[in-house]
Ligand binder design. Sequence first.
Ligand code: CNA
Length: 263
Amino acid sequence: MADTSKNVLVMAGAGLSTHSGIPDFRSPGTGLYDNLQQYNLPYPEAIFDLGFFVRDPRPFLSLAKELYPGKKYRPNLGHYLARLINEKGKLLRMYTQNIDGLERLAGLPPEKLVEAHGGFSSASCISCFKEHDPDETREAIFRGEVIRCTNGKCKGLVKPDIVFFGEALPDRFFLYQDDVLWADLLIVIGTSLEVYPFAAIADEVPRDVPRLLLNRDVVGSFGMRKHDTIVTCDIIEGVTRLAKELGWHEELMELYAKHEPCM
Ligand code: CNA
């Protein structure tokens, strides 16, 4: 499949990063939503709610401090498989819902990436949308400060450009409308496909395009198309199996060891 494909579209979600130590949202017990007690939230989703952020920015800023790319968490074998697909010249695009920046840390070039729910690489004011320096924003968050906009009298709250509930997706996300037409293979990895419009991409791919799911459970419309392949297992196991079937396993392990020597 991926050995003959030339335009691979990858869609990823929080499950891709669980092996890097970042919990997903919804897995019972270990998911982020079950483990937010420390932030004293009225309901778990409030951590990504703009209205709540305006009233109390500290819970989100504490979580952001924890999640900042390059601080604590490192990419895993799954992220490096995406990089390898790209190095083979076969990656059309990787769409990720993850905000952790691990795809960039694994070496995926920004032009091949669509961070559909934003990330930490840019920051702006939630009131006037003025862009703020992402490095200064990061330093302020590390010092535990709430950042206010410096644009005239604005004084709005500044946050990394992570998409909150009710906020528009980045313009780049709408590239998918063309990408799905070019794709000759879709790989979906570590997502519940419950969040729209992201999840819709999996169904926008034409019906004759093979779709491969690597996830603990069957999600979305997988299984309803003739060319669907479903691998329900742990992601690292699925990634390893795929790499072996492609004859890429040794290369993948070398790439991983070269960039993550301490793992
Ligand atoms: P989700 O709804 O939590 O689903 C994750 C999926 O991955 C589930 O189907 C799990 O069964 C599966 N999964 C988890 N761990 C593994 C594993 N080790 N092996 C195999 N399967 C596994 O997450 P989605 O990404 O689908 O939901 C979208 C939300 C989650 C987006 O808005 C993200 O911003 C948000 N999120 C991102 C991060 C991150 O950046 N790392 C972390 C938590 C949540």
